[in-house]
Design a protein around this ligand. Structure first.
Ligand SMILES: [Zn+2]
Length: 206
């Protein structure tokens, strides 16, 4: 855990270091390094990528059922991705297996930010505004809130959990982020195949 300027300078001068910071999201992690007093040129030349992580609760598979968004939820989420009325969201109605909570287990929501040249150029001159803009426009960058919404669309978590996450990270960036999630949704669906699913052959046979 990086807590001080000395710690951050030692880490970014010496070698490949994997470390953690307490911040809201990936973009604010880089800004936090500057706030701690690390020179921008040093951060720019050393930082390779940032992963932010949050946990959301998973819907209990035993009592999962379809769920229609109410007007308030639609209003909140409309900016994250179009045509949500047509999505068959789910929630758990509560059963013995989940102690009547409707949830069982948790899953990680990840946001990956890889440094680009324009991000590094902004960091070099301590320009956090330009850095944030460049980060938001980075083609592979998907904010935490959008990843959580993908989970909800896939029936893994609830819209309620997505809204809690948005509130937690105050993810205003999600509103302006262009919708580039289609490919990532497909990759996520592939990656989230249950590990206990039987292995399949190339032709899809078990
Ligand atoms: Zn249940």
């Amino acid at each position: 855990m990086l807590r001080s300027l000395v710690g951050s300078e030692i880490c970014i001068r010496d070698c490949l270091v994997l470390s953690t910071l307490h911040t809201n999201d990936a973009i604010s992690s880089a800004v936090r390094l500057l706030d701690m007093g690390a020179p921008g040129y040093l951060v720019a030349s050393s930082l390779r990528a940032i992963v932010a992580q949050r946990l959301v609760r998973k819907i209990c598979k035993n009592c999962s059922e379809g769920y229609r968004l109410n007007t308030e939820e639609l209003l909140w989420l409309n900016n994250l991705g179009g045509n949500l009325e047509a999505i068959n969201f789910k929630h758990g109605k509560g059963c013995q297996s989940c102690n009547k909570t409707g949830y069982k287990g948790r899953i990680g929501v990840f946001e990956l930010l890889e440094m680009t040249e324009s991000m590094m150029n902004a960091l070099k001159v301590n320009d956090t505004v330009t850095f944030s803009q460049a980060a938001q426009q980075s083609p592979g960058f998907v904010p935490l809130a959008k990843v959580a919404l993908m989970y909800a669309k896939m029936g893994i978590t609830t819209v309620d959990e997505v809204l809690k996450l948005i509130e937690m990270v105050e993810d205003e960036r999600a509103i302006t982020q262009p919708d580039n999630t289609e490919t990532i949704e497909q990759e996520l669906a592939q990656a989230l195949i249950e590990p206990n699913d039987p292995p399949r052959g190339r032709d899809g046979t078990v």
